[in-house]
Ligand binder design. Structure first.
Ligand code: GUN
Ligand code: ZN
Length: 435
């Protein structure tokens, strides 16, 4: 018999994209106290009445139920350098990150690191992610294998870097292409996994390597591409010196054939109007990483300008530049970044960008991001409050937006009760309430 599971709680998802600043958005679908029916790993219905005894029922009445979060940019090996003091991007890479990533040449480290990383995502309500491992083929291989074991939706690829990186962290064009082709053959389209051609950033790839990456993308449009763009001012100057023929940093990627509808570009702080138009025309998305941008002092992303240009924006933790794998922490940092620029980010805009919006931007709207029947049941159950101060604030909240906004600002991983991936529970908060 196929497994039938039903969850009751306050179901919240989106049927459209909420407009900027719209607190009473018709795009929000809130169904309090309803049953979410899951059969053979997929959502099949939402109903007010309890289903019959052929369903295993979990009554979470009074709790919030959301689609699993999507983190569109995060580095699995960088748990080892999260919270490193005192540097901006380029020194941070050289002093902390590159030395740590060398460890992932070791298959054992690659395997234990991948397990720690994915379990940490699940314990924070993230069920899908776009991930950088390291330059080592084995680091990508073990990450895919660990995601497959957990049935997670994961997009990743071996990092490409053939210059401006230390010994032990560089590949070359021929070897890198062979590694990519092997990994693509093994993992792209296997279960819930997809391959991303992974250019670390323009400074660490030769023009020949960028061209090779572009050829891979052109040969198979179902491949993703992930990289960093226009994060830090010294980095932008460096790219200008290295690629004088390009109009802009983003244009380096466009010229190499790396800008397309499956491209995920982290940061995009220092872009201009032409760059935003190019993002819109290509269908590429910016993975906005507010925690990282604050921590590394990179700058304030202009979400409104991206929105006005119709460029897709998703949300990302960018750990270890970011300081928290939690998408709740990411959303509240996104709110603060916009506040610094005199803008107001609604809870709807933030939540949408972490669920349905990122799913759509990745071309995965039919699989994840909402409670539409037919979607895979990547579902999280949350307490509205996990301690007295938040509980008091919830009592006083007037209206749904105020309540969800307070949850987003005050909540953390201790609010998370249960995470299901394709219907199967992969995380449950321990009985004593301490994760
Ligand atoms: N640019 C190139 N590599 C990295 C990285 O690992 N993290 C961040 N935040 N930016 C980068
Ligand atoms: Zn990054």
């Amino acid at each position: 018999m196929t497994a039938r599971v039903a969850l009751r709680g306050d179901l919240l998802d989106f049927t459209a994209e909420p407009a900027w600043g719209d607190i009473d958005s018709a795009a929000v679908r809130f169904r309090p106290g309803q049953w979410l029916l899951i059969e053979a790993g997929r959502i099949v219905a939402v109903q007010a009445d309890a289903p019959d005894a052929s369903w295993t029922r979990h009554d979470h009445v009074g709790r919030l139920i959301l689609p699993g979060f999507v983190d569109t940019h995060v580095h699995s090996p960088q748990l080892d350098v999260i919270a490193s003091y005192g540097t901006e991007l380029l020194d941070w890479l050289n002093n902390y990150t590159f030395p740590a990533e060398k460890r992932y040449a070791d298959p054992q480290q690659a395997e234990t690191g991948a397990a720690l990383f994915l379990d940490a995502l699940l314990a924070r309500g993230t069920t899908s992610a776009v991930v950088f491992p390291t330059v080592h083929k084995v680091s990508a291989d073990r990450l895919f294998a660990a995601a497959q074991q957990r049935d997670m939706r994961l997009i990743a690829g071996k990092v490409l870097m053939d210059r401006h990186a230390p010994d032990g962290l560089r590949d070359d064009v021929e070897q890198a292409e062979r590694d990519c082709r092997d990994l693509i053959a093994r993992w792209h389209g296997t279960d819930r996994l997809a391959y991303a051609v992974t250019v670390r950033f323009a400074p660490t790839s030769t023009p020949e390597q960028l061209a090779m990456a572009g050829r891979l993308c052109q040969a198979d449009p179902s491949l993703y591409m992930q990289t960093h763009v226009a994060e830090n001012r010294d980095e932008v100057r460096w790219v200008r010196d290295l690629f004088p023929e390009a109009r802009s940093y983003l244009d380096v990627y466009a010229r190499a054939g790396l800008l397309h509808r499956r491209s995920v570009l982290a940061h995009g702080i220092w872009l201009d109007a032409d760059d935003r138009a190019a993002l819109h025309e290509s269908g590429a998305q910016i993975a906005h990483s507010p925690s990282s941008n604050l921590f590394l002092g990179s700058g304030l992303f202009d979400w409104r300008a991206a929105e006005a240009a119709n460029a897709a924006v998703s949300l990302a933790s960018d750990v270890g530049g970011g300081t928290d794998l939690s998408m709740l922490a990411t959303m509240r940092d996104a709110y603060k970044v916009q506040a610094m620029a005199g803008q107001r980010l609604t809870a709807w805009k933030a939540l949408h960008a972490a669920t349905r919006g990122s799913a759509l931007a990745l071309g995965l709207g039919d699989e994840i991001g909402s409670f539409e029947p037919g979607r895979l049941a990547d579902v999280c159950v949350w307490d509205w409050a996990s301690e007295p101060v938040a509980a008091r604030r919830m009592e006083l909240a007037r209206g749904l937006h105020e309540k969800v906004f307070a949850w987003m600002i005050l909540g953390d991983r201790t609010n998370l009760v249960s995470t299901r991936v394709a219907g199967v529970e992969r995380y449950r908060r321990p009985e004593n309430g301490v994760p």
